[in-house]
Design a protein around this ligand. Structure first.
Ligand code: FEO
Length: 178
């Protein structure tokens, strides 16, 4: 199987975005670590590991499709944030961008009748639903608990359990897709 050059370029652009997302989440985790938000720091470092998994899926796919995965240089990510809530909002914004990019890849696959790539992308379509839910769920906590110091401490402490609940749901979906 050989994918089209348009698809090869689009997936390489996606590899580039995923690579940026790795560093963006490491930078967010680092900010949280310095600020003493241990739960959030662990959350973002784990999120960076997931982005690495996403990037590698695309790298392997291109290389195995007779194309060439380009490993990109990335720009320095944002490292200053106004608040914990602002960081999670930035995370949601980034995930919404990824969703649009994945949908764009799906559209190219549909137009080219590239069924193999279309099928490969279904995992990412499902993944993005969960990624957005994850960030939306966390952002809701600020409305529920509030934004004073104690509330933010509670939100930070609750992140591990929010994440593990969403990851368990993801795992069930992944098993169904395999
Ligand atoms: Fe690779 Fe969170 O999108």
């Amino acid at each position: 199987m050989r994918i089209s050059s348009q698809m090869e370029k689009a997936i390489n652009d996606q590899i580039s975005y995923e690579a940026s997302a790795i560093n963006a989440y490491v930078a967010m985790g680092s900010w949280c670590e310095r600020a003493g938000y241990e739960g959030s720091a662990a959350f973002f470092f784990e999120q960076a590991v997931e982005e690495n998994t996403h990037m590698l899926k695309f790298v392997h796919y291109l290389n195995n499709a007779g194309a060439e995965a380009i490993i990109p240089a990335t720009e320095k990510p944002e490292s200053k944030f106004d608040s914990l809530e602002a960081i999670f909002q930035a995370g949601l914004n980034s995930e919404e961008t990824v969703t649009k990019l994945i949908n764009n890849l799906v559209e190219i696959a549909e137009n080219e009748k590239d069924r193999a790539t279309y099928l490969f992308l279904q995992w990412f379509v499902s993944e993005q639903v969960e990624e957005e839910i994850l960030f939306q769920t966390i952002l809701q906590k600020f409305d529920i608990f509030g934004r004073d110091k104690l509330a933010i401490y509670q939100i930070d402490q609750s992140l591990a359990s929010i994440r593990s609940q969403i990851m368990a749901k993801k795992q069930i979906k992944n098993n169904n897709l395999q």
